[in-house]
Design a protein around this ligand. Structure first.
Ligand SMILES: O=C(CO)COP(=O)(O)O
Ligand SMILES: O=C[C@H](O)COP(=O)(O)O
Ligand SMILES: [Zn+2]
Ligand SMILES: [Zn+2]
Length: 309
């Protein structure tokens, strides 16, 4: 099956009260682990590539890996640019075969973000590609939840509605308390679900995206620390919060850190237990299996996208 857009995936996910996982890919083992998991779960899938991934692996290698995955399955798979920061980068990916791009203008003021997003939307839509934008700042929530401080960085629901109408964007990443990486909360995890609900009311049937949505699974953090790593206090978004978000307007849930942790924990364990081994397949194979297991768990137990193709 050729690559698909996220349009139909999101329509079904919105109606069905589940979300599609968007997993970051950087090499072959990551692509294979994710795709094998989706295959077993018969789940639609978004594979996403960051600017950093393109720099690391090169556009053409990533495209060919995804093409290989398509030949190997008949799942609906979308190929998405994660956090595109310029029109040129988005254009490169649109011209280069991606079916979805993100233009992240969240560092600009509202007006500039609108102008940049609109420019990408015009080009993308003319080429049959969908666009995700971002409004608000993704940041960790401090120990004491302070609603007025949150107001400064979290997405304003009225502005979100205005932004969508002005730009014609297809989906929107909003800030409600998640953040990228392995240290998301210093104290008790908190997401602003009231804000998400308001956004959902102002933008009916419109797909919302949750970035920074890894759960930072304790088993992998423990394994990393046990086998020579040093990531104390790593904490992610509790899975029940992700389930709740998926049942609301959130249709796309971004996961990268959990892939990194699954891979690194497994490699650390293997190399520590087998110091004489130096065949990369010996540790990358189990790392790929760990990714597959983790992704399968997310799809089945958290996102709810199993058997939705
Ligand atoms: O949002 C992400 C990619 O855009 C990934 O978030 P995590 O760091 O929580 O995996
Ligand atoms: O949101 C960021 C993703 O985790 C990608 O990270 P990266 O830029 O290091 O590839
Ligand atoms: Zn951003
Ligand atoms: Zn992100």
């Amino acid at each position: 099956m050729p690559l698909v857009s996220t349009k139909e995936m999101f329509e079904k996910a919105y109606k069905g009260g589940y979300a599609i996982g968007a997993f970051n890919v950087n090499n072959m083992e990551i692509v294979q682990g994710i795709v094998d998991a989706a295959k077993e779960e018969q789940s639609p899938l978004i594979l996403q590539v960051s600017a950093g991934a393109r720099k690391y692996a090169k556009h053409i290698y990533l495209i060919k890996l995804v093409e290989a995955a398509l030949a190997d399955t008949d799942l609906p798979i979308a190929l998405h640019l994660d956090h595109g920061d310029t029109f040129e980068l988005c254009k490169d990916c649109i011209d280069g075969g991606f079916t979805s791009v993100m233009i992240d203008g969240s560092k600009y003021d509202f007006k500039e973000n609108v102008a940049l997003t609109k420019k990408v939307v015009e080009y993308a839509h003319a080429h049959g590609v969908v666009v995700e934008a971002e409004l608000g700042r993704l940041a960790g929530v401090e120990d004491d939840v302070n609603v007025s401080a949150n107001d400064a960085i979290f997405t304003d629901p009225e502005q979100a509605a205005e932004f969508v109408h002005l730009t014609g964007v297809d989906s929107l990443a909003i800030a409600i308390g998640t953040s990228h990486g392995a240290y998301k909360f210093k104290g008790t995890p908190y997401l602003d679900f009231d804000r998400l609900e308001k956004v959902g009311k102002l933008l009916p049937d419109f797909p919302i995206v949750l970035h920074g949505a890894s759960s930072v699974l304790p088993e992998f953090v423990k394994k990393c620390n046990e086998f020579g790593g040093d990531i104390p206090g790593a904490q992610g978004v509790p899975e029940e919060m992700l389930r709740k978000a998926a049942s609301m307007a959130v249709c796309k849930i971004n996961i990268d850190t959990d892939l990194r942790l699954a891979m690194t924990a497994t490699v650390r364990e293997y190399l520590t237990k087998n110091p004489g081994e130096f065949d990369p397949r010996k540790y990358l194979g189990p790392a790929r299996d760990a990714i597959k297991g983790m992704v399968q768990h997310k799809i089945k137990d958290v996102l709810g996208s199993s058997n939705r193709i």
